[in-house]
Design a protein around this ligand. Structure first.
Ligand code: CA
Length: 353
């Protein structure tokens, strides 16, 4: 009797549980439906377009300067979404990590290993660029490695949205980004791309090498000769384009990039934080250093200080180091590229021996 009642109660409980679960599931389904509709409809409602007046002026300018149809330009720009996330990122002060924290971000074992793999995969193209432009494979590989981890992180913003937002809604650098938007429309016309297709970083840097549109137009090359300059999907074109960029900015074949300087001779007063090659190696030598020099005494140089984990490190930046800073002005960037290149080359040499 007791037993039976217990059973009944148990089954009643079970029933309650089942009903509760069902109610919960129904509510959950309804909730998901609401979410689905919210997602489907919120975007067009919430997404703000670009400033209409600026779009109008820009479209007319594209017609006068470059022979575009102003209405077609307006139609394209009306597809652009003003991205507050882009403006928020630009407004955040750039992080300035000391060298001791900056270096490990790019000199990771995985980035070195993947660099060797990238080199092996595209060995022919890398050999060809070093012959044609004089830029060694490891430097090209390291730049692509630092920029996008060999294409893993190329940025997922529509370039049209990023540049449209910055051109018309970021007065601090509006002129620069307005010009990049102009170059972007020129490049999509030249390459016959739909302007809504290309993707890039929040600042409009595109593809494996993160070229801005102006750099694309001036330095990107169709290195596999298939009729397109494709830095988004074609690593061979990306490799050629990086080497072309460095070559055009004065890379000199078979010259060193930088040399470590004996710390005892140097301090913060006689070193610089800017990569401006204002002295010669000979001048530094006479001031007390002993650069183990395979470099011509009249080679322009600058001594740079880096805040390492165990105090300052000092490096002589030479011409090719300066050229790397044409890619990104930070002295830390250039040293990271150089050291990653050296690490990749060492491992590549070991593996091919
Ligand atoms: Ca191509």
């Amino acid at each position: 009797m007791h037993h039976a009642r217990w059973k009944r109660r148990a089954s009643k409980l079970d029933f309650d549980v089942t009903r509760r679960q069902q109610r919960f599931q129904n509510r959950r389904a309804a909730h998901l439906l609401v979410l689905l509709f919210a997602t489907l409809f919120a975007l067009p409602i919430r997404a703000a377009g670009l400033d209409a007046q600026q779009v109008e002026l820009f479209a007319l300018e594209m017609e006068h300067k470059h022979g575009f149809d102003a209405t077609a330009v307006k139609n394209v720009l009306n597809l652009a979404v003003k991205l507050d996330s882009v403006l928020a990122t630009m407004a955040r002060p750039a992080e300035s990590k000391p060298w001791s924290q900056y270096r490990p971000l790019f000199l990771s074992a995985e980035r070195i290993r993947a660099g060797v793999e990238f080199w092996n995969t595209y060995a022919t193209a890398l050999d060809d660029v070093s012959t044609q432009y004089g830029v060694p494979p490891e430097i090209v590989v390291a730049i692509i490695g630092v920029e996008t981890f060999y294409g893993r992180n190329m940025g997922n913003y529509r370039v049209l949205d990023a540049l449209g937002t910055l051109a018309f809604h970021f007065p601090a650098r509006g002129a620069f980004f307005r010009s990049e938007l102009e170059q972007f429309l020129l490049l999509t016309r030249a390459e016959q791309l739909d302007p809504v297709t290309p993707r890039g970083s929040y600042a409009g840097a595109m593809g494996f090498p993160q070229f801005m549109p102006s750099s694309f137009l001036r330095f990107a090359v169709d290195f596999d000769h298939d009729g397109h300059r494709d830095i988004w999907r074609n690593p061979v074109d990306a490799i050629g384009s990086v080497a072309s960029y460095l070559h055009a900015h004065g890379w000199r074949a078979a010259e060193p990039v930088t040399m470590v300087a004996e710390p005892s001779n140097w301090n913060e007063n006689n070193s610089s934080t800017k990569v401006e090659l204002k002295q010669t190696i000979a001048e530094y030598a006479s001031a007390g250093s002993s650069p183990r020099s395979t470099v011509a005494p009249n080679a322009p140089a600058v001594l740079l200080a880096y805040a390492g984990a165990e105090g300052n490190e000092y490096w002589f930046a030479l011409n090719n180091f300066y050229v790397i800073t044409r890619y990104n002005h930070s002295p830390k960037y250039a040293l990271a590229v150089y050291q990653l290149a050296e690490a990749i080359r060492d491992m590549h040499t070991q593996k091919t021996q």
